[in-house]
Design a protein around this ligand. Structure first.
Ligand code: ADP
Ligand code: ZN
Length: 722
């Protein structure tokens, strides 16, 4: 077996041109007959590491997986790609499993998925020995280790595999295992010297955002409204929360369902199936949800409350965007969530470690530095640069002298005898005339009303900061009352200054979001676009084939298809994700839809669909219309950002609609206008740029800015100066 054969199979069956990092090394390692341990994040592409050997090597690859509910989808997906796969587990009828066994014995299977108990059932090894097994793949391999978090006793029997089949390579795969767990895994599987392949945990297509946990439901409704037709999961802490939120979302007009361990198995199965088939777009779930699904087109994940640790958090957000296309994640955080978890954990086993992990989770949520760097650091990866795709990168915190503010807050706590919680302290600061405040005589306290100028929301932020900075702490054992830490003295009596971080007010955030919504709504990705038409087609083909839509083509593939709008089978086969069998089976349908769409005249639509052989700047423009930011377009299309600007300028000149002035930072347009007026035409672009460099100290104008400005002036000429 060679790497060329592996690559051919990748294109033929899956329609992909390149392996992701490590995939090929792992495959070659298997070809050489060695055992291996694979650690890759969820969505990282672990399956490919055993699927390619399975379709290229002689014999059958046996995949052991504890997630029975997943097997059918995995097998369906493989079959849709023309791969001969089947599964055996306890959910099957006798006749069904008999047919599978027969197929194995006839040597017809590339892959056979089995549950651990099936694999270890009496006589199964000798059954397997009737034909040739080319590879054992152990999925979710961390389950074998008592160190891991999902320990399954039946997995420990898997060590028999290596002794029964010493010559067959064993590949253990997991998305979650620290160093200790990995070593234990290898020991337990009897492959102590197996090479370890550890992929980067970075998932750059996932955006990261943390918001203060106020008005969560309203925020969630807004978040969903901005993402029409997109599937997502909201993780909640309790069963009740899942039900209340789902109810609320239904009231708001969204198709949402609750999912938790208290529901009947039937009900859970139905919610899951509907979600996988894009019938239910939103599931509000306790953490039980997601383990058993492989759906690649989950476009967002929200955490209604703080997860217990970063491992859980990362695994859960990892369920979004497996197809590699852009996906958004949002975590709500409040200090209360943290204390609730702390109380829960404190009583349980292993409390010390769990609490330390919770602290790291809290640090992440409160971080004022790039969140991805913190996450990757946690997973022992050094990520040199800020990511540009998290809320901190998007809105770097602004610091200010918060001494007066801190004095007010600390003095309120002192004057309230350190006997109230955050909520009451804020109400007193804001001069609320609530009954209980008046009754307690808190309106007589000197700081009463001293903080009217700030909203409750803002005060909450500042109290959180004062707590993290160590001026205040929360007495959990005494109804979460606020107490002054020794450092508070220094602020109150010794003139210590306090630097705080300015937070965006709710109003400002709302405005920004509304701006974004308006922009997105204008982009045709959501309604009436080619993407939309292809998604609809995918839905109906999926219904016919009785498989989930994402198994026909991923969102990413549809995006590429709608951007390139191929009209011939050859051009279609070049789209990533279109393999031979899918091309033969679905190609005509998609080509027809594309042609039909391109042939329809409505002006608004036409603008969005470049013809198959569109000029590059129109493809860039199309990506812009679909709502992508310049940086994303550059990444997607493999262009420099300056080239993206040049393309957009050209499209604009040619009469396409776009908000060109939004693309120019700050006052750049004014500067350029001024410069164009000041320098003679003969000075050219260089002259204009030189003039600006000389006259504007605090900004850099680049030539792509100038191109945009020129395009703008081309269509909107300056009034001529007399
Ligand atoms: P994991 O099992 O690690 O969670 P999967 O194996 O399900 O991840 O892969 C996630 C997604 O990435 C799938 O949609 C898969 O088709 C896609 N994928 C895997 N390898 C590649 C590749 N080399 N090029 C493009 N897409 C890939
Ligand atoms: Zn970042």
């Amino acid at each position: 077996m060679t790497s060329a054969q592996a690559r051919t199979a990748l294109k033929k069956y899956f329609g992909y041109d390149d392996f992701r990092p490590l995939q090929l090394s792992i495959i070659e390692h298997v070809y050489a007959g060695h055992d291996g341990i694979v650690l890759m994040p969820t969505g990282g592409g672990k399956s490919m590491c055993f699927q390619i050997p399975a379709v290229t090597m002689t014999g059958t690859a046996v995949v052991v997986s504890p997630l029975i509910s997943l097997m059918k989808d995995q097998v369906d997906g493989l079959r849709a790609a023309g791969i001969r796969a089947a599964f055996l587990n306890s959910s099957q009828q006798g006749s069904e499993s008999h047919a599978v066994e027969q197929a194995y014995e006839n040597g017809e299977l590339h892959l056979l998925y089995v549950s651990p108990e099936k694999l270890l059932s009496p006589g199964f090894f000798s059954f397997l020995k009737r034909r040739r097994v080319c590879l054992f793949a152990i999925d979710e391999a961390h389950c074998i280790s008592a160190w891991g978090h999902d320990f399954r006793p039946d997995y420990t029997m898997l060590r028999q595999l290596k002794s029964a089949f010493p010559e067959v390579p064993v590949l253990a795969l997991t998305a979650t295992a620290d160093r200790l767990t990995r070593r234990d895994m290898a020991e337990q599987l009897g492959i102590p010297d197996a090479k370890q392949f550890i992929a980067s945990f970075n998932r750059p297509n996932l955006s990261l955002e943390v918001r203060p946990g106020q008005k969560r439901r309203e925020q969630i409704v807004r978040f969903i409204r901005e993402r029409p037709e997109q599937a997502g999961i909201v993780y909640c802490l309790s069963r009740k929360q899942t039900e209340q939120l789902a109810e609320k979302l239904r009231e708001a007009g969204y198709n949402a369902e609750a999912y938790h361990a208290g529901l009947s198995a039937d009900r859970r199965g139905k919610v899951q199936t509907d979600f996988i088939n894009d019938k239910t777009l939103i599931v509000c779930a306790t953490v039980a949800f997601g383990m058993g699904i492989d759906k690649s087109n989950v476009r967002w994940v929200i955490h209604y409350t703080l997860p217990k640790n970063l491992e859980n958090y990362y695994q859960e957000i990892g369920r979004a965007g497996r197809d590699g296309s852009k996906a958004d994640t949002l975590l709500f955080y409040s200090y209360n969530d943290y204390t609730t978890l702390k109380d829960m954990i404190s009583g349980g086993g292993n409390a010390e470690i769990q609490l330390a992990k919770l602290e790291r989770m809290k640090e992440y949520a409160e971080s004022l530095a790039c969140r991805r760097r913190i996450l990757l650091n946690y997973f022992s990866e050094d990520h040199g640069d800020d990511c540009g795709n998290c809320d901190v990168c998007a809105n770097p915190p602004e610091r200010f002298d918060g001494t007066v503010l801190a004095q007010k807050a600390l003095s309120a706590v002192a004057r309230l005898q350190q006997s109230v919680g955050v909520g009451m302290a804020i109400d007193v600061l804001r001069g609320s005339n609530r009954q209980d405040i008046l009754k307690q005589g808190y309106d007589q306290v000197k700081t009463y009303g001293a903080g009217r100028d700030l909203s409750t929301y803002d005060w909450n932020q500042y109290f959180n900061q004062l707590i993290s900075l160590g001026y205040l702490y929360v007495a959990h054992e005494d109804y979460n009352k606020l107490r002054l830490a020794p450092a508070a003295r220094r602020v109150l009596f010794e003139g210590e200054t306090v630097e705080l971080v300015k937070f965006q007010t709710i109003q400002k955030r709302k405005k920004q979001e509304e701006g974004k919504t308006a922009k997105r709504a204008a982009a045709p990705r959501s309604r009436g676009s080619l993407f939309d038409a292809l998604r609809e087609l995918r839905r109906s083909l999926a219904r016919e084939a009785a498989i989930p839509p994402y198994l026909i083509f991923s969102d990413k593939t549809l995006e590429e298809m709608s951007a390139a709008a191929p009209t011939t089978p050859r051009a279609l086969s070049r789209i990533s994700g279109v393999g031979e069998v899918k091309l033969a089976r679905f190609g005509d349908h998609f080509l027809q839809a594309i042609r039909q769409y391109g042939g329809e005249p409505p002006a608004a639509r036409r603008a969005a669909v470049p013809p198959a052989d569109a000029a590059p700047h129109l493809l860039t423009y199309d990506a812009y219309l679909r709502g992508s930011e310049v940086r994303e377009i550059a990444r997607e299309r493999g262009l420099k950002t300056s080239v993206v600007y040049t393309h957009l300028a050209r499209a604009y000149r040619e009469g396409k609609e776009l908000e060109i002035t939004d693309l120019l930072p700050g006052q750049v347009m004014d500067w350029i206008d001024e410069a164009i007026r000041a320098v003679p035409d003969t000075a050219g672009r260089k002259g204009v740029l030189a003039y600006i460099a000389e006259h504007q100290q605090d900004g850099v104008v680049r030539s792509h800015h100038l191109e945009l400005a020129e395009a703008y002036r081309h269509r909107n000429p300056l009034p001529t100066t007399p």
